[in-house]
Write a protein that binds this ligand. Structure first.
Ligand code: NAI
Length: 347
């Protein structure tokens, strides 16, 4: 039986964590540096499984080519799945993912960004190393008593809220599927987006990227926000209209922004581009602001998360090859819930 897996966008840290965990699974894994897209999908020929990541482009043409090449299953080694054409994959290729690997990692990174932007430790670090011990321009604010507006209240947001409550912050939340009993037990309120925008000192994004949430943070949303608001995005780049964000930063309406994700990140993030020019003018402009912190989609990047990602991904493949129920399958028809109830494969 073919149990070969083509692993795309393989970085040294991926290979290390997967090689370690794969000792208990015994899959034959081919690691490819290339991202999965229309130009590279033929590399998967001869493999029954494909392992893909956040910036792989699994559109209808890629799905068809993988299918023609004999691929039966795509194992996303991430939680988000906005980069897959599920309609094209349905009844051809199973798609599984890692629904949770460490919500703490992402939540803690969001807090790291908040504290950095607030207390300007990114600037202080550089100053003191150059013998500049002035604190002019480094004025911050107490987190205690401020209001955080959290959009999306799933696994990551709940970890984040627990940390922010520890600072003594007030929390406002928005989610189209509110969990009122959890909110009550945490002493926080669900509000409409307009109220969240107008009352929050920090707005942090923790919802998935869907047609509804694309450019959720646009000009209209920014105009409703408190002057000087801090915006944190560890969700997906396209949740924010970056050009509108830049205008908000230029006008001073937005006080600061922490971005772990960016709309057009796939050409840059995870890669060393330090010897090249940045051709993306929007990204280049973002990087000029002293009050913008860009990290390269690293919020998930802890040892614990990498181990959990490898473990769950390889378990997903093992479930498939053993012919069993796929606990972490997502498909066009069920949109991740019906298979859970029926306890069987989607097709
Ligand atoms: P989750 O599925 O546990 O929670 C998502 C929440 O968003 C749910 O409560 C859902 O009801 C809510 N939601 C859905 N549509 C919404 C809308 N239109 N407006 C507001 N809320 C909405 O997901 P989890 O694990 O908390 O992850 C959230 C997102 O974080 C993922 O979708 C992914 O895009 C991103 N992520 C980023 C990582 C990074 O390294 N930067 C790592 C892992 C996830």
């Amino acid at each position: 039986m073919n149990r070969k897996i083509a692993f795309f966008d393989a970085k040294p840290y991926d290979q290390k964590s997967f090689a370690e965990i794969n000792r208990d699974y015994g899959f034959e894994i081919s690691y490819f540096d290339a991202k999965l897209n229309e130009q590279t999908c033929n590399l998967a020929a001869g493999h029954a499984g494909v392992c893909a990541f956040v910036n792989d482009d699994i559109n209808a043409r890629v799905v068809e080519s993988l299918f023609q090449n004999g691929v039966e299953i795509i194992g996303l080694r991430c939680a988000g799945y906005n980069n897959v054409d599920f309609k094209a994959a349905f009844e051809k290729i199973h798609v599984v993912r890692v629904p949770a690997y460490s919500p703490y990692a992402v939540a803690e990174h969001a807090v790291a960004m908040m504290l950095t932007l607030n207390r300007k430790t990114h600037k202080a670090y550089l100053r003191t190393r150059e013998g500049n011990f002035s604190i002019n321009g480094l004025l911050g604010f107490d987190m205690f008593g401020k209001t955080a507006g959290i959009i999306g209240t799933g696994k990551i947001a709940r970890c984040l809220i627990a940390i922010l409550k520890g600072f003594g912050m007030k929390i406002l939340a928005y989610d189209p599927h509110p969990d009122q009993s959890w909110a009550e037990s945490f002493g926080l309120r669900y509000v409409a987006l307009a109220e969240l925008y107008s009352a929050s000192d920090i707005v942090s994004l923790h919802c998935p990227l869907t047609p509804d949430t694309t450019h959720l943070i646009n000009r209209t949303a920014i105009e409703m926000m408190k002057p000087g608001v801090m915006i944190i995005n560890t969700g997906r780049g396209k949740l924010i209209d970056t050009v509108a964000l830049i205008d908000g930063l230029k006008s001073g309406r937005i006080g600061s922004a922490g971005l772990d994700v960016y709309e057009e990140e796939s050409d840059y993030f995870f890669e060393d581009k330090s010897t090249e020019l940045i051709a993306d003018d929007v990204l280049a402009r973002l990087l000029t602001f002293p009050n913008v912190l860009v990290t390269s989609h690293q919020a998930f990047f802890t040892g614990e998360a990498l181990r959990n990602i490898a473990e769950t991904t390889l378990t997903n493949f093992r479930e498939y090859f053993a012919g069993g129920y796929l606990a972490n399958e997502i498909c066009y028809r069920c949109n991740r819930s019906c298979i859970k109830k029926e306890g069987k494969r989607c097709f």
